[in-house]
Structure formats: structure tokens, C-alpha cells
Ligand binder design. Structure first.
Ligand code: CA
Length: 710
């Protein structure tokens, strides 16, 4: 070797580097189920919940309880076109992938923040003129063997080449003229990709999930969540069994059960778990008038991953009538319970009980309330069934019930740390009054497709259960009790991340991003991002340096349907720059300041003479088609413009161009080609009326703050 010239030595050296690079590249393409299930690696974030176990726990300890106070911005990326950001990014070999508003996918250098590629599935064209449920936000994507998988609002499942963002295949998972939608991440496992959809509130629907071939996009199998009309025959034995738990003519209402979020692949046991949704409609008296559990609503259903065959189920809310779906995270943990090793599922669905289930058998191990549960006193461990509280089903009269249909826990990620043995739950503390008085239950049918027709009326409770609407809770699944809880002033806080550095990270809807001591809940670090946070953070490690990344952009259903409370957070549409922010211990970047929280002021036009009859008709239209994004009572939560403060409805022509002709399709505003000029006029009258009605109560945020301080 001594005889090799310097040039030749260089050549050999270059060849070796090239070989190493090629080897790494090939190796990265092979990240499959075993790699995705690997809890030990700290470099990547390969699945929605980091690994197949969905724990959102990283063993990285570089950033830890001792030094997290030094966490600073390392790089950020402005996202001026985005609105609600609720997504969990993925990190694969130094590239960070995320889904933004209108399902735009970006790949970014995870060290520098440089944009590598962007893929636009052109949702604006797909929604044009269709019946839309209005869901511009999306929670994430899935990775396997060099491909990125994601699904669009209008129901397409798409595979991209992770290297360059080129489309490999695209599959239509439902007819885009149906008022269904997808906001969830698909699940890649065993060379297949699973996806479901949402829409139980938007029309009669029979929920299902489909698995597609990851290489070709061809359908591999399909599993229905609720039975169809028995006269048509059953697809399988599971549906035949499920049909025995329904009464009346449920199939005419669809039944529901849509799987819009929690999918977990158990690589160790080779089982797929899906979390299922509530009934369609909500009120069981309509859906299944003589009672019944209504399988497989509000359940965890275990399926064979190769064929989609039913294995077992555990139903958390039999005969649901409160929207207590079980779509929430399905987290896999290995626990020691009473001296016995248990392969467990941890699950904290909307209904307020924390479930520990033996995932080898589907048997319930424990279920204790982690929030106020006035619909059931407890869960009977022998039968596995909840012990319901009389009257909670609003059988004979209206009932105050907790949790509210927002749930004690929604899709905001729960994490689980095997180091502390605790699950970290973004918890909500609200209730609702449920009433179906005045409904003709026998004749009830969805008539105004696309609105929230539930067969029950809801109103707020006179007295909230606690002085605060939310908390971050640490739950011990072995002792079945709360380890610690931090009360929070505002509703709808984001999902959690936990690490072996004894840390829990969570962003709040008021824009503060925090790190807590995992064992005690003590606040160790906080950072004001300047905008409400709805997405969970992730962590990854490149060249020995640990990063924490977070999408900042208030969003999700609470920001869309909104309410006066969501509106008063002050995250007015397009006022605050959406961002991807990445932190490290030696970051040096200053974030450009954002404007303070802001409440749009309703416009009143003295020349616009409001006709109350027209306004009333306009209200009907608004409450059918518009409030999903523009807010309940027209109080926008920031997902779409506050119509009371927009100049567009003042101009009949401009209004027509936006609503009928689709001028703002690109921003996520669907077009309504069939709307008549008369209907447009009624909407304008209603918008002006709401502007006038709400102006006397208008206050800018500092005034609100002063009032609440008094
Ligand atoms: Ca629901």
C-alpha cells in the first residue's frame, strides 16, 4: 500500500466514502417494521407515535431535566400559507417530513431547515363544488421502506418517493362527493397501508378501514366497523355477531363507528389495533331504538394484519349516545402488574376512563376514571362493562353529563415513558347538557347533509366541573392512579412527548411551549411561540445533537367549529405566522416577533338594511355549511376568516365569487356552485346581523384581560 501514489490513495478513499454513502442510502430504504419498532434508536422518528408502540418516548438523554433550561431556537421555517397545524413530523436519516394545511407535504433538512422538496396534492381542485365537511388540517404521515404515505381531506391515499417527493401511486379511498373526510395519518405495516375516515357527524355513514398494498396502491382488504342491512348478507362472521347488538333499522342511519385516528401495529404480536368512533347519529334512541351495545362502536378492534380478519374487541362505551368515541391513541407498553409481566394496551378515550388491556387476550386489566365521569360510576372488572349512572342517557329528561363530546381526552397525543412508568395525558374537563326533547325520534332522519346533525341538542353546563377547563395529567397505569396534574387556564392544549431525560414536553393553546419534570410535573422551561399550539413535539438526534421540533399553528376542530372561548384566545385568521420551530441546547436564533393576540372587530354598515326574515334563512344555511370553519355563532377560532369582520360579504359580487365560484379554493374555502343568488343574499343578511348583534360585546384582548383580572 505504501507504493500507492497520493492520487491513488485519494481515489481509494473516495471510493470507500462513496461505498459507505451508498450503503447508508440502501440501508435507509430498508427501514421496515423491525426498525420502526426499535425503541432504542434515538436518531429517527419513523412512525406517527415515533415507533410502532406509539409511546412518543425517546431514550435520548442529551437534553434532560438538568439542562433543559438552556433550550433555544436552533432553526425555524415560516409557513405563510398554512393555517391550522396539528401534525406530527417524521424524521428519517436527517430529513424531516411534515403535512401542512391543505395536505401539502414538505421535506426539510432536519439540521438546517432547508426545504428539500414540496408536494401539493391539489386539494383545492378536489374540493371544488363538492359536499365538504371542511377539514383543512391533517395530523400526519407514515413511512416505510423509502416511501412516505399520507391521505387527503377529499379521501385520496398517496405514496411518495421519500427521496424526491415524486408520486408513486394514489388511491381513491371514498367517493369525494360524500361528506366524509380524512384528517388522520395512515399506518404503514407489513408492506401495507391502512386508512379510515371521519364523518359520523356529517351524514349517514357506515365506518370502515381499508389496507392498501404499499407498492402498488391496490386494495388488500377492507373491514367494516358496523354491520349493514342483514338482508344484504354479512361480509364476515364478525359482522354477523355485531348485528345481534343492534336494533331497529340502524343501517338507514349508517351506524357510524368511523376510524379517523388511532391505528397501532403490534410488531411483536403481529396484530393490528384500530380505535373506532361513535354512532351515527349520536342518539342511540334513533340509531338503535330498542337498545343494544352496537358493536363495534367506541371499541378497540384487533385484526389480523395480513387479511383484516377479526381477532377480538374491547368496547369502552357500549351503546354510546354521547359521542364517546375510542379513536384515541392505542399505546403499547410492557408492564409488571402484581408481579406478572403484561403486554398491555394503554388507552384514554373520550369517555374519561383510563384502560389497561391485556393485548394478548383482549381482556380488561383495569379501568379507572382520569377525569369527571358522570355517565358511569366505574367499570366492572369482572364483566369489563361500565356501570352507568341512571339518567345519564337522557332517557326521560335532559341530563348534565361529563365528559363533554370533546372528551376527557381527544386526539392530542398521550405519551408513555417506561422510565417513569407514567402516561402523560392532555386532559379536558368539560360537560354538556344533553337533550332530545322536541325531537320526533321515530321519524328522525338526517336532512341537511353536511351539518352536525346528531339527533340530540347540547348546551353548556351551568356550573363547570372545575375552575379550570384542562390539565396535563401524569397517570400511573400500574397503580391505576394519578401521579400528578397541572391545571391549565385554557382548553384544547396539544399532545405530549416524553424522553429518558426525565422530561415531558407540551404546547398550550395560549402559545406557551413547556418542558416538565416527568416525575414531579415541575415546570423546567417555557417558551412563548406567539401563537396557539395544537401539534405535538417530536425529538431526533443528528451528529450527536438532540433536537426538539414543533409545528406552531392553532388548529383542529375546536379552532374550526370554535366558540366564544376559542375565539377569545385571539388567534385571528392569518394574523400570526405559522411556523415549524426546532430547538436545541446550543441554538442561537431569535424568532421574529408576532403581533399580540387579536380579536377581529365586527363591521357595521349603516347602508346595509338588515331584513330579519332573510337573516333567519341565512342562519339556517350558515349552520348547515359554514360553521365547521367559520365558527359557531360566527366567532372564528382562526381556521377561517371571521365573517363579521370581513369586507367581502358587504359586496354582493365579491361574496358570490368566493362562495359560489370558488375564488378562495386554494385557501381551503370550498365552492358551492348550486347556491342561488337569493340564498347568497340571505347569508349576507345573517352575517351583517351577527355583526350588529355582537358588536356591543366586542372587546379587544387587553380589555378582556383587565376584566378577568378584576
Ligand atoms: Ca364524533
Amino acid at each position: 500500500m505504501k507504493l500507492l501514489s497520493a492520487n491513488k490513495q485519494l481515489l481509494v478513499f473516495s471510493f470507500l466514502i462513496l461505498l459507505t454513502a451508498c450503503t447508508n442510502k440502501e440501508w435507509s430504504k430498508e427501514y421496515g417494521d423491525v426498525d420502526i419498532a426499535d425503541e432504542k434508536q434515538t436518531e429517527n422518528w419513523l412512525a406517527y407515535g415515533r415507533t410502532h408502540n406509539e409511546r412518543r418516548f425517546s431514550p435520548a438523554t442529551d437534553i434532560n431535566a438538568g439542562n433543559v433550561a438552556d433550550l433555544k431556537v436552533d432553526w425555524f421555517m415560516d409557513l405563510p400559507k398554512d393555517v391550522g397545524l396539528v401534525s406530527t413530523p417524521l424524521v428519517v436519516d436527517g430529513v424531516l417530513f411534515f403535512t401542512g394545511t391543505m395536505n401539502i407535504i414538505r421535506a426539510v433538512n432536519a439540521v438546517t431547515g432547508e426545504l428539500l422538496w414540496e408536494f401539493d396534492p391539489k386539494v383545492r381542485d378536489a374540493i371544488h363544488g363538492r359536499r365538504q365537511a371542511g377539514m383543512v388540517h391533517n395530523r400526519g404521515l407514515s413511512y416505510s421502506k423509502g416511501k412516505i404515505f399520507f391521505a387527503t381531506w377529499d379521501g385520496r391515499l398517496i405514496a411518495l418517493n421519500a427521496d424526491n417527493g415524486e408520486e408513486i401511486w394514489s388511491a381513491v379511498t371514498f367517493d369525494p362527493d360524500r361528506a366524509l373526510y380524512i384528517t388522520g395519518a395512515p399506518k404503514a405495516f407489513k408492506d401495507k397501508v391502512l386508512i379510515g375516515n371521519g364523518g359520523t357527524e356529517n351524514g349517514p355513514t357506515r365506518g370502515w378501514v381499508t389496507a392498501y398494498n404499499a407498492d402498488t396502491g391496490e386494495e388488500a382488504w377492507k373491514f367494516y366497523i358496523v354491520p349493514g342491512n342483514p338482508a344484504d348478507g354479512f361480509e364476515n362472521k364478525a359482522m354477523e355477531m355485531a348485528a345481534k347488538t343492534w336494533t331497529g333499522e340502524w343501517w338507514k342511519h349508517g351506524g357510524g363507528g368511523n376510524a379517523w385516528h388511532g391505528f397501532t401495529y403490534d410488531e411483536e404480536l403481529d396484530v393490528l389495533y384500530i380505535g373506532t368512533g361513535n354512532g351515527s347519529p349520536w342518539n342511540r334512541k334513533i340509531r338503535s331504538p330498542d337498545g343494544g351495545d352496537n358493536l363495534f362502536l367506541c371499541s378497540i378492534v384487533a385484526l389480523k394484519p395480513d387479511t383484516g380478519e377479526y381477532l377480538w374487541h374491547y368496547q369502552t362505551t357500549p351503546g354510546d349516545t354521547w359521542d364517546y368515541n375510542s379513536n384515541m391513541d392505542i399505546v403499547l407498553a410492557d408492564l409488571k402488574i402484581k408481579g406478572k409481566d403484561v403486554k398491555a394496551i394503554l388507552h384514554a378515550p373520550k369517555n374519561g376512563f383510563f384502560y389497561v388491556i391485556d393485548r394478548e387476550t383482549g381482556k380488561l386489566i383495569s379501568a379507572e376514571p382520569f377525569a369527571e365521569t358522570t355517565w358511569a360510576s366505574n367499570v366492572d372488572i369482572t364483566t369489563g362493562r361500565p356501570v352507568e349512572i341512571e339518567g345519564a342517557r337522557y332517557e326521560n329528561e335532559p341530563a348534565d353529563v361529563m365528559p363533554s363530546p370533546w372528551g376527557a381526552h381527544s386526539w392530542h397525543a398521550m405519551s408513555y415513558s417506561p422510565a417513569t412508568g407514567l402516561a402523560y395525558i392532555p386532559t379536558l374537563h368539560e360537560g354538556r347538557n344533553f337533550s332530545d326533547e322536541g325531537f320526533n325520534l321515530k321519524e328522525w332522519r338526517v336532512v341537511k347533509f353536511n351539518q352536525h346533525e346528531k339527533g340530540v341538542n347540547l348546551s353548556g353546563l351551568e356550573k363547570p366541573p372545575r375552575p379550570y377547563p384542562a390539565s396535563l395529567q401524569a397517570w400511573d397505569p400500574v397503580k391505576n392512579k394519578l401521579a400528578w396534574a397541572i391545571p391549565q387556564e385554557h382548553f384544547w392544549n396539544a399532545g405530549t412527548l416524553t424522553t429518558a431525560g426525565n422530561l415531558v414536553f407540551q404546547g398550550r393553546s395560549d402559545g406557551i411551549f413547556l418542558a416538565y419534570d416527568g416525575q414531579t410535573g415541575k415546570i423546567l422551561w417555557e417558551f412563548n411561540t406567539g401563537l396557539g399550539i395544537s401539534a405535538p413535539p417530536i425529538t431526533y438526534k443528528i451528529n450527536g445533537k438532540q433536537y426538539i421540533a414543533l409545528l406552531v399553528g392553532f388548529g383542529g376542530a375546536y379552532a374550526g367549529f370554535s366558540s366564544l372561548e376559542a375565539h377569545q384566545l385571539g388567534w385571528a385568521y392569518k394574523m400570526h405566522m405559522r411556523r415549524l420551530i426546532t430547538f436545541s441546547l446550543n441554538g442561537t436564533v431569535e424568532l421574529p416577533k408576532l403581533p399580540p393576540p387579536y380579536i377581529p372587530k365586527p363591521i357595521v354598515d349603516a347602508n346595509f338594511i338588515i331584513d330579519d326574515t332573510l337573516a333567519k334563512q341565512g342562519a339556517d344555511w350558515f349552520n348547515t355549511k359554514c360553521f365547521n370553519c367559520h365558527g359557531y355563532g360566527m366567532y372564528s377560532g382562526g381556521m377561517a376568516p371571521d365573517l363579521r369582520a370581513s369586507p367581502i360579504p358587504l359586496d354582493a359580487n365579491a361574496f358570490k365569487m368566493v362562495v359560489k365560484e370558488g375564488l378562495k379554493n386554494e385557501m381551503g374555502m370550498p365552492s358551492f356552485p348550486d347556491i342561488t343568488d337569493d340564498e347568497l343574499e340571505t347569508l349576507r343578511h345573517y352575517i351583517r346581523k351577527r355583526g350588529e348583534e355582537t358588536l356591543p360585546d366586542y372587546k379587544q384582548l387587553d380589555e378582556i384581560a383587565v376584566v378577568s383580572n378584576n
